[in-house]
Ligand binder design. Structure first.
Ligand SMILES: CC(C)(COP(=O)(O)OP(=O)(O)OC[C@H]1O[C@@H](n2cnc3c(N)ncnc32)[C@H](O)[C@@H]1OP(=O)(O)O)[C@@H](O)C(=O)NCCC(=O)NCCS
Length: 169
């Protein structure tokens, strides 16, 4: 069955909350994070995956700030991404992430950070080594970065996450 990836609509908000809660095994922190980001105006891009019109997956990208030597520059945080358990391992999470990264590249975003398992995020080009250039309260082996566009001009520096990320600390 075909999976369609598209922008969230107002009708999707509750379904996104439910999808993330189920994907994260009943935890609501990630679902609440998406709601808080949306309410705070920090949600940069929110994509849903639909099969037969039903929401089966979701990914959120939000605005963070990179404190470069010449001042703060916008970057992007990828979090969370969730796919309903019955629909996992079919490429839906990858489709959501790849589509989101392509849309961010089109918008000339330069840096995307993610905290997660390198075994999963490596395939999209995220790197723990590059992640070390972006120290923050999420620093560690699970912090990875992907530079979109020209790496020689990418902003580098300490990172400030949106306040809502306090929910998942
Ligand atoms: C992580 C998640 C979004 C991946 O979505 P998906 O549609 O199942 O993933 P895909 O089909 O695109 O990719 C499947 C691959 O991801 C791997 N994978 C899935 N979850 C993983 C994890 N937590 N860590 C490492 N690898 C993982 C699978 O082993 C599989 O690997 P393979 O391609 O080498 O066989 C989904 O499993 C999910 O919702 N998990 C629960 C919520 C979660 O942990 N989100 C990520 C937080 S960082």
């Amino acid at each position: 069955m075909t999976v369609e990836i598209g922008l969230e609509t107002p009708d999707d908000v509750e379904l996104i909350h439910r999808t993330n809660t189920v994907a994260f095994d009943g935890r609501t922190e990630e679902a609440d994070l998406v709601d808080e980001l949306r309410e705070a105006g920090d949600l940069l891009l929110s994509l849903v995956a639909r099969r037969d019109g039903e929401v089966i997956g979701h990914v959120a990208f939000s605005r963070l700030l990179i404190d470069t030597a010449s001042g703060p520059v916008g970057g992007v945080a990828l979090a969370p991404v969730g796919v309903l358990p019955g629909c996992q391992d079919e490429g839906v999470g990858s489709d959501l992430i790849r589509k989101g990264l392509a849309m961010l590249a089109d918008r000339e975003e330069q840096v995307v950070l993610v905290v997660g398992n390198p075994a999963y995020y490596d395939r999209f080009g995220f790197s723990s080594a590059v992640g070390k250039r972006y120290p923050s309260r999420h620093s560690g082996p699970h912090l990875m970065a992907l530079v979109l566009g020209d790496p020689t001009t990418a902003p580098i520096g300490p990172v400030r996450y949106p306040e809502a990320f306090g929910l998942v600390n």
